[in-house]
Write a protein that binds this ligand. Structure first.
Ligand SMILES: [Zn+2]
Ligand SMILES: [Zn+2]
Length: 224
């Protein structure tokens, strides 16, 4: 591959081991732990196609979960890298990871991709929302509609280091439907970078289902 002018100015380095040449080098790429067996969004035990187990179903719960890889090693480094500064090529790698994993999941085909929103203040400070870029890229790649239907109305503290019940409490009532958004009868695929306890996505799912949404699935690059 020929080096472009930009490559010479900003040489690519592996986000995981620091080697020059690519953002995720071959050796680190081979260490990515793909989710070979989809899991239930509620109990995170193995579930066919990523669909919620019948016993885990709930009126306002997610209907399924799509995740590409474990939140470890190069995937964790790549996600950390684009959190505060979006690097197109790294973002594209994350999108490709998801795209390559999709066949394992039994998602409905008429889904609208909806990003998990950041609070306006945080988005302005950061300059972008990584979930929005991921959702938009996937929407273009798969020719599926995209909609920014949700708003984060409470600037929640970081979920990192919190236990499951603390996470739920932290994001409770943090979201609402955007003015003018109509989700009734629509199937929705919520998009974020990492899925850990699922508290954030479940809270968003609740807002959407209370407004009459049909199936609501979650999708994240990594399972934490
Ligand atoms: Zn590497
Ligand atoms: Zn389950």
């Amino acid at each position: 591959m020929a080096l472009s002018f930009l490559d010479l100015l900003f040489p690519k380095r592996c986000v995981s081991c620091g080697k020059f040449g690519a953002y995720i080098c071959k050796s680190c790429f081979s260490k990515i732990e793909f989710i070979e067996k989809p899991v239930c969004p509620v109990c995170q035990r193995q579930a066919i196609g990523g669909k919620v187990h019948p016993g885990c179903q709930g009126r306002y719960r997610l209907d399924g979960l799509v995740v590409a890889a474990r939140y470890r090693g190069p995937v964790k480094s790549a996600i950390a890298k684009v959190k505060y500064k979006w690097v197109y090529d790294i973002g594209k790698t994350l999108v490709d990871l998801l795209a390559a994993s999709l066949w394992r999941f039994g998602i409905p085909d008429d889904l609208i991709l909806v990003p998990i929103p950041l609070h306006t203040r945080r988005k302005n400070w950061r300059g972008f929302n990584q979930a929005e870029i991921l959702a938009k890229s996937l929407s273009l790649k798969f020719n599926q509609p995209y909609g920014e239907y949700l708003a984060r109305i409470i600037e929640t503290a970081s979920q990192v280091g919190l236990k499951r019940d603390e996470r739920q409490k932290n994001v409770k009532e943090a979201f609402r439907l955007r003015t003018g958004a109509d989700v009734s009868g629509k199937n929705i695929l919520l998009v974020d970078d990492v899925y850990t306890s699922g508290a954030t996505m479940t809270e968003c799912c609740k807002v959407l289902k209370k407004e009459g949404a049909g199936e609501v699935w979650g999708m994240a690059v990594a399972l934490g």
